[in-house]
Each structure stands twice: as C-alpha cells, then as structure tokens.
Design a protein around this ligand. Structure first.
Ligand code: SDX
Length: 392
C-alpha cells in the first residue's frame, strides 16, 4: 500500500531500534556495556554485577547487589513437574533444544510472568529466570550424563553454584576451583550482551508482540543454537578436532574455506560487525593460555587454533574480507579444559547472554516499542483463477 520498501537481506544495513545498553564499534573493535569497556568489566567486575548493570543501567551498590543475588537465589529452584518434561527427552537430545523447551515451559509454572507491564512485575519475572536458568542448564547436562539432578548450594556464588550443579557427583562433592570460577565468570561477562545480534533481535521481535519474557528467551535460545551464531563455539571445537585428526593440516582447511564450490566456513572466524579483531576474542585468547597453564592442561587443540589464526591473518582471502577470530574461536578451548562437554558449549553462551537478552527485552517493553512487522517486495504470481483438480 504505497510507501517505498528497500530490501536489506540479513538487515546488514538496517537499524532496528535505539538502545542505551551496548555500544559496538566494528572498525576499531570496541565493545562497551552501559559505557564501561569490556576490558575493564572483564578484569574488575563479576558476572552478576554486570548482569545488574546491563539490565538496570548502573553498577549496583553492595546492598543492591546483595538483594539482587538474594532475590535470584530465592528463585533458584524449578517445579518438580519440570523433571517430567526433562525425563521425556532422549539422552541424545541436544541441550540447546532441551533448554529452549524448558525455558518456554517455565511459563506454564509461572503464569504470573506471562504478560508483565509494571517494572515490579518485570523485576519478579527477571529474577525468576535468572534463578531458574542455571538450574535448567545444569540439569540438561546431567540428563545427558545420566546423572541425578542436583540443586547445588545456596551459600555459593552464582557461577560457583552453577559449576556445582553441573559437576557434583552423588559420591564426590564438587569443590569449587577459584581458577575455574574466575575464568568462567569472565567468559560469561564477555558473552553477556552484543547489541542487536541475531538471537537478541529474535528476543526483541518475539517480545514486541507482548508474548512474555520466557517465551521470548526461548526463541532467543533457538536462534543462538545456529552454527553461524552461538552454535559456532561447538562447531569450532569439532573443526579443530577434525584438523587434529587430519594430522594438524591447517592449510587444507584454509583451502577448503576458500573453495567457493564447497563453501566450508572456517568456524570462529568472521563477524557481521567486527571488521577488526573481536575484542572478546583477544581477552579469551589470553585467558585460554592462563587457564590451561593454571590447570596444568596441555591441549594440542590450542596450538592448532593458534596456527590457524596465524595463517588466516596472513592470507589475503581472509585479510581482504576482514575475517578475524571472533568470540567463539577460543572459548571452547577453555570450556573443555574445565571439563565442560562440547555439546554444552552453546548452552554456556546462552547462560552468559541471558542478562543481555533480558536487558534488551526490558528496554523494548519499557520504551513501548511497536510490534515488529517488516514489509517485503512480492515476487510471486500475478492474479490467477482457481482450477478444479480434474483440470490441473
Ligand atoms: C557470533 O552478530 C553478533 O554480534 C554475533 C555474536 C554475538 O556476540 O552475539 O558476536 C556471536 O555469532 C559470532 C559469529 C560466530 N559464527 C561463526 O564463527 C561462523 C563462521 N562465520 C561466518 O558464518 C560469518 O562470518 C558470520 C555469520 C559471522 C558473518 O556473516 P556475514 O556478515 O553475513 O558475512 P558473509 O557471510 O556475507 O561473508 C562475507 C564474505 C563472504 O565471501 P564473499 O561471498 O564476499 O566472497 O566473507 C566470507 C563469505 O564467504 N566469509 C567466510 C567466513 N565468514 C565469512 N569465509 C570463510 N570462513 C568464514 N568463517
């Protein structure tokens, strides 16, 4: 109906909203949450503090952080009937599919969180999901391992408790390792938000119909699962493993990546916005060296990754296309050193991105953004008349 429509596949040149949460400068490789540099936050803040900052806009005072954590802990349980849903999945189910389903199912057990309009109701829905999501994530892992579900320990920090829920054994209590806790806390901070990426845009558009926070997050989890997005961290490790099995022949994989006939993607490379080094990849690469050294882990995969990076940074195909390692290239190496299985890498990304999705959903609802409904250019058939089946 009139009006000029310009098509922008993948929204490469389209801004979907105004936002005060995260600032990216792709040319210079800058990332800031609410004005604070990612380098400072990764060094000096902890994940729950950053979650509060992203969602509410300011770094919390000690009292605010304590209340936030207490409110989250009060919700760090899920209805026993959720186990019946989890039991319905085969052990082989990918945890991202399990998590998307269980997060959506939260709505059935928390109907008051369906359509929240007041800031108070939003706060309650937010602390509920920040409390329950780590439980669901750890349970998805334990389900795959055939382990009894575990609630961890309320006296532990947010990240420590998550690791306990993941690795506690009936016959061997998980002992928090500060090296692992600090490294994971930093990784979660680095994943916490990234302006209007695919999964965040998904959360915003589902939320824009006022469908509610949990189902919007469930949609975001599904979008993140894709190997072009958060699923890349799993795909990177599988690629590095394949290269290792191939005798470490990184040149062969570089060649495959340039073969237009069979467009193999060098997973963990390239980015829609960063046309320079992803600042998160820089921090994670340093952390990988530190964590593996601290844990006394010698993983040849790390050397293969570094070799691949070096070759790509000096190969005109990648340099011309400004393809640098992104956040997913090194993160899996650290997760693996922590004993996290590769199928859980993308759920770890989701755990980190949860506060960012929440912050973006909250901003969209508080700003009363309109329902997302783009137009199109129609390229189908002109008007034609129906033919009865015996005339077709
Ligand atoms: C994340 O958006 C975000 O912010 C996402 C994220 C976040 O925090 O939310 O940062 C997290 O998703 C990081 C990206 C993880 N994905 C991967 O590592 C998968 C591999 N990367 C690519 O699929 C790709 O680089 C994307 C998806 C990341 C970006 O794709 P674009 O912007 O649509 O770029 P493109 O596909 O148009 O590629 C441009 C050119 C093409 O070559 P030409 O057609 O111009 O000859 O670069 C080539 C592509 O073929 N190319 C690659 C490549 N990525 C792009 N060639 C080989 N290997 C790659 N990885």
């Amino acid at each position: 109906s009139g009006g000029v429509v310009t098509i922008d596949p993948g929204y490469k040149n389209t801004g979907s909203c105004q936002s005060a949460i995260t600032f990216l400068n792709g040319e210079e490789g800058i990332l800031r949450y609410r004005g604070y540099s990612i380098e400072e936050l990764a060094e000096k803040a902890d994940f729950l503090e950053v979650a509060y900052l992203l969602i509410f806009g300011e770094l919390p005072t000690a009292e605010q952080l304590e209340k936030f954590h207490a409110d989250i802990k009060a919700e760090a349980h899920v209805d026993e009937d959720v186990k019946k849903i989890l039991d319905g999945f085969p052990k082989s189910a990918h945890p991202m599919g399990v998590l998307s389903s269980l997060t959506s199912a939260l709505i059935a057990f928390n109907p008051s969180s369906v359509n929240v309009d007041s800031e108070e109701d939003m706060y309650n829905a937010i602390v509920k999901v920040l409390g329950k999501f780590p439980v669901l994530t750890a349970w998805a892992h334990r389900k795959r391992m055939g382990l009894p579900l575990d609630y961890g320990d309320d006296n532990l920090g947010y990240v420590e408790n998550f690791m306990k829920m993941m690795f506690n054994r009936p016959n061997k209590e998980y002992k928090a390792n500060p090296i692992v806790t600090n490294a994971l806390d930093k990784l979660l901070i680095l994943h916490a938000d990234h302006e209007q990426n695919c999964s965040t845009s998904t959360v915003r558009i589902v939320g824009s119909s006022h469908a509610g926070l949990y189902v919007s997050l469930s949609a975001g989890i599904s979008a993140l699962w894709g190997p072009l997005h958060g699923g890349a961290n799993q795909a990177v490790l599988e690629m590095l493993e394949a290269i290792k099995l191939d005798g470490g022949d990184t040149k062969k994989y570089m060649g495959k990546a340039k073969d237009k006939a069979d467009p193999f993607r060098l997973m963990g490379f390239g980015h829609r916005v960063y046309k320079n080094f992803d600042p998160r990849a820089k921090i994670i690469k340093v952390a990988a060296d530190e964590v593996l050294a601290d844990l006394g882990v010698n993983d040849p995969i790390l050397d293969i990754a570094k070799g691949l990076e070096q070759e790509a940074l000096s190969d005109s195909y990648f340099v011309d296309r400004k393809l640098y390692p992104n956040v997913d290239f090194y993160s899996g190496i650290i997760y693996r050193a922590m004993g996290i299985p590769v199928e859980m890498f993308t759920p770890m990304f989701a755990l980190g991105r949860l506060p960012g999705w929440i912050a973006q959903w909250r901003e969209m609802r508080l700003r009363k953004e309109p329902i997302g409904r783009p137009r199109q250019i129609y390229t189908g058939e002109n008007l034609r008349s129906f033919k009865p089946v015996n005339e077709r």
